[in-house]
Design a protein around this ligand. Structure first.
Ligand code: GDP
Ligand code: ZN
Length: 297
């Protein structure tokens, strides 16, 4: 520590490399600079800071222990990358268009479970109807998830979403083009997020959000928006942790013959039996196996 004695705490609300904005305990917003080369802060971090120039620039010198982190394997690089910290709610957004990548939805849900977050599946663009999409969505209610249908365009279900976020630190995750920015614009006045047009050839949205930011909601609660969540490979240290990310699978594992059953080719596996009985969705089980195999290489 330096000879400055008056340290304060705050929360990172925007992070771009070594600079960004923090919110002080009294609710003021201050630009900051990171002290030292090794410290890497993300949105949601609680930090210690001191003034470099009073009222002008904060110097961040330490990060408080994190309750959890959203961490991914960055594309094309070894190692892992932390996208956000101290989250209490993960909102997985899907929509009938662009066609949902359900394996991606399952990867987000798995990460959220392992982080100990509350989880909410939000089906945006409910103004568009697609029967197959609705059938697949129903499998998530079967697995015990709360599913909320909303429309950012028609302002439907937004009050329920606002209620779910009250007093939470939430994050929207989901593939590009499902309407995450549009939903944030509905929830946060003056969020000023650019909404990307859907490209007509792929029906995927364009990647328009570039920096991570945490918005305060008028009724309480916070919402983190980070571009790193669009193509998401979760950082899971060992394949045996994957089952803990699928609650309907975890619920029956104690009935497997082997206590270290991987639910792949083992005999007397309660998970495979539940898939045969239809109490566990075949497709969710396929996601489990795919993620398990991804991690075993
Ligand atoms: P993001 O990539 O997830 O942030 O998605 P955007 O918010 O940029 O939205 C992508 C496209 O979907 C834009 O053209 C939006 O106008 C459109 N969109 C967003 N919400 C809705 C909705 O509720 N209904 C319909 N029909 N289109 C929507
Ligand atoms: Zn088993």
């Amino acid at each position: 520590m330096t000879d400055r004695q008056v340290m304060d705490t705050g929360r990172i609300i925007a992070a771009h490399g070594r600079r960004g904005t923090l919110e002080t305990q009294s609710g003021d917003l201050l630009p900051y600079l990171i002290q030292g080369r090794r410290l890497r802060v993300v949105c949601g971090d609680h930090v210690q800071w001191d003034y470099d120039e009073p009222g002008v620039l904060a110097i961040v010198s330490a990060i408080a222990p994190r309750t959890n982190v959203l961490e991914r394997q960055p594309p094309g690089r070894p190692g892992t990358e932390i996208l956000a910290a101290n989250l209490s709610l993960m909102i997985v957004v899907c929509a009938p268009i662009p066609a949902t990548d359900w394996f991606l939805v399952d990867r987000y849900l798995c990460s959220g479970e392992l982080m100990g977050c509350r989880l909410l599946l939000v089906n945006n663009k409910s103004d568009l109807i697609e029967d197959k999409h609705d059938t697949l969505l129903a499998e998530y209610s079967l697995a015990g998830y709360t599913c909320l249908s909303v429309s950012a365009q028609d302002n439907l279900g937004i009050d329920s979403l606002r209620d779910a976020l009250k007093d939470q630190t939430g994050i929207f995750v989901g593939q590009s083009g499902v309407g995450k920015s549009s939903l944030i614009n509905c929830l946060v006045p003056n969020a000023d997020i650019t909404v990307g047009p859907i490209s007509t050839s792929t029906q995927e949205g364009k990647h328009t959000t570039t920096a991570s930011a945490m918005h305060s909601l008028p009724d309480g609660g916070r919402l983190i928006d980070t571009p790193g969540v669009r193509d998401f490979v979760p950082a899971i240290p060992e394949p045996q942790f994957v089952q803990a990310g699928f609650p309907e699978i975890l619920a029956v594992t104690h009935q497997c013959r082997f206590s270290n059953c991987r639910h792949l080719r083992e005999p007397d596996c309660a998970v495979k039996q539940a898939v045969l009985n239809g109490t566990i969705s075949q497709r969710r089980y396929e996601s489990y196996k795919r993620l398990f195999h991804t991690l075993t290489g």
